[in-house]
Design a protein around this ligand. Structure first.
Ligand code: ATP
Length: 660
């Protein structure tokens, strides 16, 4: 296999590959001439005439991509000639001894120019994670303190815990905002457990719920349940329980009938039970907690939350209400208005960064806090290095793959989460990577890997999976030291997945708040972590939008990401043992990227099923068959569109639907 100036000489079935790239077997005279011209330039290694280049696209990037595809795919004929069987055979049966012949892809041509990134440097808002106070400084039950110390292995309080726990123990409502991974879960769980175990009349299981905790996703429900369960170890008479979609309603009803005292639920499933279960009563509710309050509203749960509030209000008027999130939106201010009474607004900002909360004291307000002040900037964990890379749409997929290989194959102990905008995109990339990056020709067995590299492991998590599998994946990734989790925003909020080292945003987030929550899956509780946002050249402006929210990103060059491919024998036809470290030239990088892209293309075209997967995500948007396949491979998802549409960051409301 050989490449000249980004032009791949491919080893697969020549006629099939040729007709896929160009316009099909029955070309017009004009198209034949065009192809001849194209071949001339390809053979000479020169760049085609300016007319064909697209240095400064006048359309949004997506339109440009569609146009490019219209040039390379011409309707059904192309699909017919490029039959799955033929392609499959050629991909699987590729013989390195075969003579190189046909070009299939020219990844590095006709791409928009990558602009210089003029990155404004801003001072990020930062919060001190830990306080100097210990849990035993609080007036808590000694068994609760010893459980925190011995079961949870914690002694010092975080800043948000130091501020929230005493205020909540005083009986006040609160709106709590602190950075991702700063310990908000315990900030509400400890006061709930302390107050319930201290009740004069001992709680009976059959009393039903005393505390109701609403969370946006099932995984977060399980995680919060786990924390509550641990805290309740010495107080066995208080029974926690979880209700969430995907579980059998019948068994949930049975558990409700027996009694659940601390009830953790997703809003949708709780409304289900409110409407259909006789055994659900809120007469004794003392606590109503809305964790990730803004996300609960984003997911379209607002109506459900209203139903729940009405149901609880109908049976009990006096209770403590708490809203928590790392980001506050106007929606939360609205929700605070209707659900909090005379609340305390708790916001942790490090005084050393010149912020408005001197000495880390809670700001007390007598009315519902205005979210406006909080909307402009967000606190970023100190140990988080944020990067951005500008990648033309054609090169997005190989860049992502190269980055995964670089971090998770050539470096040890790396655990990565990659965010996509839809379930279909997750599923597509999961299958693609399993089939290509794990089983590419010549891939070494575990024992043959060069020292300092690990075996790749892919997992995926999205809302279209069966609950059992979702839970298993969540557990597996939680306990794993390495691996790549491909997911939707179902994993963006609240999930505490230990030791995640990299967050990659392949589909751009729909809002700056979503950006904050996604990157917040790493660098938790004072640890270090890194993130990479992949943008199209036309989206470069968004770096300024991030800066306006006091978010600092540094640039990572696409060429540097792609250069790792020259280290990977799988894409060179070389053996692992023969690798000698040396600087790769741009030509070699292009060659390897093209080889990898061809591997992807061959896989996608290798069966009807893959083609239909690739098309799936685009159907609703009226994109036709062949083009959809290519666009899917370029990863042009929903979030990307938001960002490409030049709407300032922050104006998207992120109505993601209920199934991220
Ligand atoms: N006082 C503490 N000492 C040590 N570790 C702690 C302490 N409090 C919480 N943690 C740990 O910190 C991690 C993050 O906590 P948690 O998930 O509650 O953060 P969060 O603020 O809710 O984050 P997010 O905004 O992303 O939901 C968890 O692993 C938790 O066990």
């Amino acid at each position: 296999m050989a490449v000249t100036d980004g032009v791949l000489l491919h080893l697969s079935d020549p006629p099939a590959a040729a007709s896929r790239t160009f316009s099909g077997p029955r070309r017009t005279r004009a198209s034949q001439q065009a192809q001849a011209t194209k071949r001339k330039y390809q053979a000479s290694g020169k760049v085609p005439p300016a007319k064909r280049r697209n240095d400064t696209p006048s359309h949004p990037a997506e339109k440009t991509a569609e146009k490019e595809m219209q040039r390379t795919f011409k309707g059904k004929k192309a699909q017919k000639v490029f039959s799955p069987k033929k392609s499959s055979a050629s991909a699987a049966g590729r013989n390195p001894e075969q003579k190189p012949s046909i070009k299939t892809s020219s990844l590095f041509k006709n791409n928009p120019e990558i602009p210089e990134l003029h990155r404004p440097v801003v001072q990020q808002v930062q919060e001190k994670v830990f306080s100097s106070d210990a849990f035993h400084d609080l007036d808590l039950h000694p068994h609760l303190i010893s459980t925190i110390n011995t079961v949870l292995n914690m002694s010092s309080m975080t800043s948000v815990q130091k501020q929230s726990i005493p205020v909540l123990l005083e009986g006040r409502d609160a709106l709590v905002r602190s950075q991702t991974g700063s310990g908000k879960t315990l900030a509400y769980c400890i006061p709930v457990v302390q107050s319930l175990q201290a009740m004069k009349t001992k709680i009976q299981r059959s009393d039903g719920p005393y505390a109701l905790v609403l969370v946006p996703t099932r995984e977060l429900a399980l995680q919060s349940f786990d924390t509550v369960q641990k805290l309740l170890k010495p107080f066995t008479w208080i029974v926690p329980g979880v209700l969430m979609g995907g579980e059998k309603r019948k068994s949930e009803k049975a558990r409700l009938r027996k009694g659940i005292n601390i009830l953790i639920s997703t809003p949708g499933r709780l409304v289900d039970h409110i409407k259909s279960t006789k055994n659900i009563h809120f007469g004794r509710i003392q606590w109503l907690i809305l964790d990730e309050a803004d996300r609960i509203l984003d997911l379209g749960f607002e109506k459900d939350v209203t139903v729940i509030l009405n149901a609880v209000n109908a049976e009990c008027q006096r209770r403590q209400n708490v809203l928590l999130s790392a980001t506050l939106t106007e929606g939360v201010a609205r929700l605070a208005d209707i659900s909090l009474h005379n609340p305390v607004s708790i916001s942790v900002v490090d005084e050393s960064h010149g912020q408005s909360n001197p000495k880390g004291k809670a700001v007390l307000e007598v009315s519902a806090p205005q979210a406006g002040d909080e909307l402009d900037s967000f606190a970023i964990p100190e140990g988080l290095d944020q990067h951005v890379t500008l990648v033309p749409s054609k090169l997005r997929l190989v860049s992502l793959a190269a980055f995964i290989l670089q971090k998770c194959k050539f470096e040890t102990d790396q655990k990565m989460i990659v965010f996509f905008s839809t379930c279909e995109l997750v599923e597509f990339h999961y299958k693609l990577f399993l089939q290509t990056l794990l089983s590419s020709p010549g891939a070494p067995a575990a024992g043959q890997l060069p020292s300092g590299s690990t075996r790749l492991k892919f997992l995926r998590l999205h809302g279209n999976m069966e609950q059992e599998e979702r839970t298993a994946v969540f557990q597996e990734f939680s306990h794993s030291k390495t691996g790549v989790l491909l997911c939707t925003d179902v994993a963006a909020r609240g999930l505490d997945l230990p030791q995640v080292t990299w967050i990659v945003q392949y589909s751009a987030p729909s809002s700056p708040a979503e950006y904050i929550h996604r990157i917040g899956r790493t660098a938790r509780i004072g640890c270090h972590g890194s993130s990479l946002l992949i943008l199209a050249p036309s989206e470069a402006e968004y770096v300024n939008s991030l800066a306006s929210h006091k978010i600092n990103v540094s640039e990572m060059k696409m060429e540097d990401i792609l250069s790792v491919l020259t280290r990977d024998a799988c894409f060179k036809g070389r053996r692992w043992g023969h690798q000698k470290p040396r600087a790769a030239g741009p030509q070699e990088i292009r060659e390897q990227a093209t080889v990898l892209q061809t591997l992807f293309e061959d896989y996608v075209h290798s069966s009807e099923r893959q083609v239909s997967w690739a098309k799936k995500g685009w159907k609703r948007r009226g994109v036709s068959g062949e083009m959809a396949v290519e666009m899917e491979m370029r990863g042009e998802g929903k979030g990307w569109r938001h960002w490409a549409s030049a709407v300032p960051v922050g104006e998207h409301k992120g109505k993601g639907g209920r199934r991220p």
